[in-house]
Structure formats: structure tokens, C-alpha cells
Write a protein that binds this ligand. Structure first.
Ligand code: SF4
Length: 285
């Protein structure tokens, strides 16, 4: 007798229809997902009967159609008409420091640290006079504080030595600063200098762009290239801020609040928590 199988008892009906086994049950197949039927009622009423739709990409579907992009942008404008960078700052230098500190941290966390930091060291020259070790205790709570201290002090020294103490307003020069890649440069250029030279691609922009099928890439530089092709340049700055806010409020990494999302019927993300439209298995974060 195979291991794990308990001898069956004769069924009263005469049919041997049950066998008790200690073997684990087979895992459910992931061939299909439940998608709720389109409803004219409020999405909050979730009692409607679910229907099954096949998991997969619709043939011929083009997520980059200009009409769809326009609709996404319009809805984002309605949801987040006037959003800007959430990092507290009073100068280009403060914004640069805050952006460097925000890597692998939250804006809330950074905003807790920076007011005291900028009171203690009010100018870029004050930072340039430090050794990284002196800065470490002040920024410890933002994580990766040793590297960040090196970047901030290194950037300050370079700005003082090569740019006369002023944060440069060009992509080319910003990218020469320690700890500054395109994301940080785009934040400073877009938010402070109002120069739309690229799209800020952070973790929220990456996740939502992929869920909305605006890109299939995972590399931030390639994602930025994809977004720059489909989003009008005059929208680059605002669009990134809108996705960042959307990512914080609704389209969170875990359990996005799709039933409350105004983009819901334009979104085919594989990990939606509620849907009135077909799910596309490739549309995932
Ligand atoms: S429907 Fe859900 S997954 Fe799609 S954008 Fe909205 S919150 Fe994000």
C-alpha cells in the first residue's frame, strides 16, 4: 500500500467514492482569474456575481493608443490637479539633498530629518566643510546613511569647487555630482528649475507604468525612454508627480485599491484587486 493512503471504509451506498489521504492536495490551477462583471452601480457595491474571464492578453490590444493615453492623463488631472514634490525644501540644494536621502526611504521619513539638518547646516558650503562621518548621525534614520553621507558631502564639495556654490541647472552637469542619477536630476530640474528634460522614474512610477502597460521594461532608464515617447513633454513633470501620489494613495505595491480607482476600467493589471475589464497577465509591476 502506498505511503500516506489510509485504507478506505466501504461506502454505505456501495460506491467507493472517498479515499482519505495524507498527501497534500494539488495546488489550484492558475489558468483563469475571477473578474467581476461590469456594473453600473458604484464600485463599492461588490456584491455582483463574479464571472470568469480567461487570463491573458487580448490580441490586437494596443495600450499605447493616443486616445487611451489622453484618457489616462485627463483622469490623473482630475484626481491630482495640482500636485508637486512631497519633499520639503527651500532651495535647489535642499531639494537635491532631500532627493538623495529619499532613496530606499519614504518622503515622510526624509521630511522628519531635513528641517533639523538644514538648521544645523544652512548652506551648501556648510555641508562642503564636513567629513561624511560627521553627517552620518543626522541622516541615520533615512537608511543607507554611510553612502548617503558620502554622496551629500561629495556633491556639496563639487558644487562649491566647480559650480560656484550653485546647484547646476543642466542634466549634463547634475549627472557629474556624486549620488546623482537621472531620477534625482529629473526631480531637481523639474521641480526647482521647471525644466522638463525627462520623467522622474521612481518605484511608484515604475510600478504604475507597468500596471498600465505604458512600458514593459524594468530598467528605470528604459522606462523613462518609453514614457517620454508616449507622454507629451509638457506633461512630463506633472505626470510623474501624479503617479507618485497615486502610488501612495491608491495604487500601492500590495493590495492596490482598485475599486476606488478612477483609472480602473483603463487598467488591465495582473495584480488588480477588483476589475471590470479583462486582466492581462503581462501587465504586472
Ligand atoms: S485599477 Fe488598481 S492597479 Fe490599476 S491603476 Fe488603479 S489602483 Fe492601480
Amino acid at each position: 500500500m502506498p505511503r500516506g493512503v489510509v485504507p478506505r471504509q466501504p461506502a454505505k451506498s456501495g460506491r467507493h467514492d472517498t479515499v482519505r489521504s495524507t498527501r497534500p492536495l494539488p495546488r489550484p490551477q492558475r489558468a483563469s482569474v475571477l473578474v467581476l462583471a461590469p456594473s453600473t452601480t458604484s464600485p463599492k457595491k461588490r456584491g455582483s456575481a463574479p464571472i470568469k474571464k480567461s487570463l491573458g492578453d487580448s490580441k490586437g490590444y494596443n495600450p499605447l493608443l493616443p486616445e487611451r493615453i489622453r484618457e489616462i492623463l485627463e483622469r490623473l488631472d482630475q484626481l491630482y490637479p495640482d500636485v508637486s514634490c512631497a519633499l520639503t525644501h527651500g532651495s535647489a540644494w535642499e531639494l537635491l539633498v532631500a532627493t538623495i536621502l529619499s532613496a530606499q526611504s519614504t518622503d515622510v521619513n526624509v521630511n522628519r530629518v531635513t528641517p533639523e539638518l538644514f538648521r544645523k547646516y544652512p548652506t551648501v558650503r556648510d555641508f562642503a566643510a564636513l567629513e561624511p562621518e560627521q553627517l552620518e548621525p543626522d541622516i541615520r534614520s533615512t537608511g543607507f546613511f554611510r553612502n548617503k553621507a558620502k554622496f551629500v558631502v561629495g556633491a556639496a564639495k563639487k558644487i562649491v569647487k566647480e559650480f560656484g556654490g550653485e546647484v547646476p541647472g543642466s542634466m549634463e552637469r547634475l549627472l557629474t555630482l556624486p549620488g546623482v542619477a537621472r531620477k534625482t536630476a529629473n526631480v531637481v530640474l523639474g521641480t526647482w528649475f521647471k525644466e522638463a528634460l525627462g520623467v522622474v522614474v521612481d518605484t511608484h512610477v515604475t510600478r504604475i507604468s507597468r500596471r498600465l502597460e505604458l512600458t514593459k521594461n524594468t530598467d528605470p532608464v528604459k522606462i523613462e525612454d518609453d514614457l517620454m515617447k508616449v507622454i507629451p513633454q509638457k506633461k512630463w513633470i506633472l505626470f510623474a508627480h501624479q503617479l507618485i501620489w497615486h502610488g501612495r494613495k491608491l495604487c500601492t505595491a500590495r493590495a492596490p485599491r482598485c475599486a476606488e480607482c478612477r483609472l480602473e476600467n483603463l487598467c488591465h493589471a495582473a495584480d488588480k484587486t477588483w476589475s471590470t475589464v479583462e486582466i492581462h497577465k503581462s501587465a504586472k509591476p
